[in-house]
Design a protein around this ligand. Structure first.
Ligand code: ATP
Length: 321
């Protein structure tokens, strides 16, 4: 069993209790633990994998809530530090009638951005390890530098680096700053997960297949491309691809669908002893089928972590189709 490390933000998503309103008009919100790296670590743990989250929380009630939920889902929290210097990050979300979102973030800076590299100095990474990261915590900060340190250590150890840009423009000074950071860090990844909504923004290329080709920078061997309700594809550097059309479900809230999806892909990698690229090459369709089922099911409930299905639910769902 491979270990998964995720690095980046863990925060509270305030999900609206009413749908179809603009953020400014919403009267009620429900707190849900979120932040893509936390969601991915939780999804991987819920499915049965070993997950370690690298982040920092404030010494506030929201930090307590996040820690409690992650522990209850089986995420290893040994490298989660706490600070009095800043609060735990918050994100207020609005949902339109189809479950799509708008965000307002409260992190000036939040505790995660102050995560110092000293917190990870005693981790010994191995060849079998998987590292997952996103772009939200690549804004100028101690956390960005800690990403560099961790990525370098994992690469040196021969581990596999997975990057899900997960673009949130309101966090950046301007679009270019975000695009530059994404392009810079893409070069350190072996696997890139990108959604249809992000592809043109990152590459600046309109044609879908040319844009996907442009993602094969430096080490990138595989691109995993998600298309919301239309499923997903795996595209290989040496040519060829596989796809799965996804599942039709009654969607309530898409928050964290992409995180549940990639958490499921990572579980397919961590629970198999074959080399990672061989699994993606030989078992690609099965990896996508499983991850699409997990992603689709996660949209049928509110929240990012509380919506992740357990293995029995996934079996029942896929065998009912
Ligand atoms: P997010 O940023 O919302 O977490 P994402 O944009 O990274 O997600 P998506 O492509 O929206 O990623 O979704 C990831 C996967 O989740 C899809 O490939 C699909 O399997 C599943 N999924 C997402 N939305 C739906 C939906 N409405 N119905 C069924 N499956 C869905």
């Amino acid at each position: 069993m491979r270990r998964l490390y995720t690095i980046g933000e863990a925060l509270i998503d305030f999900i609206p209790t009413e749908k179809g309103k603009k953020l400014k008009d919403i009267n009620g919100f429900e707190p849900q633990v979120g932040g893509a790296p936390a969601n991915v670590a939780a999804a991987h743990a819920i499915l049965g994998g070993e997950s370690h989250l690298l982040t920092q929380l404030g010494t506030d009630a929201f930090g307590d809530r996040i820690l409690e939920l992650l522990e209850s889902k089986g995420v290893h929290t040994d490298y989660i530090t706490r600070t009095r210097q800043a609060n735990t990050g918050l994100a207020f979300v609005s949902l339109d009638d189809t479950g799509n979102r708008d965000f307002s973030f409260y992190r000036n800076p939040s505790a995660d951005l102050l995560y110092d590299e000293s917190a990870v100095s005693d981790i010994e990474f191995h060849k079998a390890d998987l590292l997952h990261f996103c772009s939200v915590d690549l804004v100028e900060s101690d956390m960005k530098e800690t990403h560099r340190v961790v990525i370098e250590k994992v690469r040196e150890a021969g581990g596999t680096v997975v990057f899900d840009p997960n673009i949130r423009l309101p966090l950046w000074e301007d679009e270019n700053a975000c695009r530059e950071a994404v392009r810079e860090f893409m070069k350190f990844a072996d696997i890139v997960k990108v959604s249809d909504e992000e592809l043109e923004f990152i590459t600046g290329i309109q044609d879908e297949s040319d844009a996907v080709s442009a993602l094969f920078a430096d080490h990138v061997e595989t691109v995993i491309y998600t298309k919301g309700p239309s499923g997903s594809e795996i595209i290989y550097r040496e040519g060829g691809y596989c796809e799965h059309p996804g599942y039709e479900v009654e969607t309530v809230d898409t928050t964290g669908a992409g995180d549940a999806f990639i958490g499921a892909v990572l579980y397919q990698l961590s629970s198999n002893t074959k080399p990672v690229m061989e699994i993606l090459r030989e078992n690609g369709p099965e990896v996508l089928r499983f991850a699409n089922a997990v992603g689709a099911l996660s949209t049928t409930r509110k929240g990012a972590i509380t919506s992740i299905p357990v293995p029995d639910e996934i079996d029942a769902f896929t065998s009912s189709i």
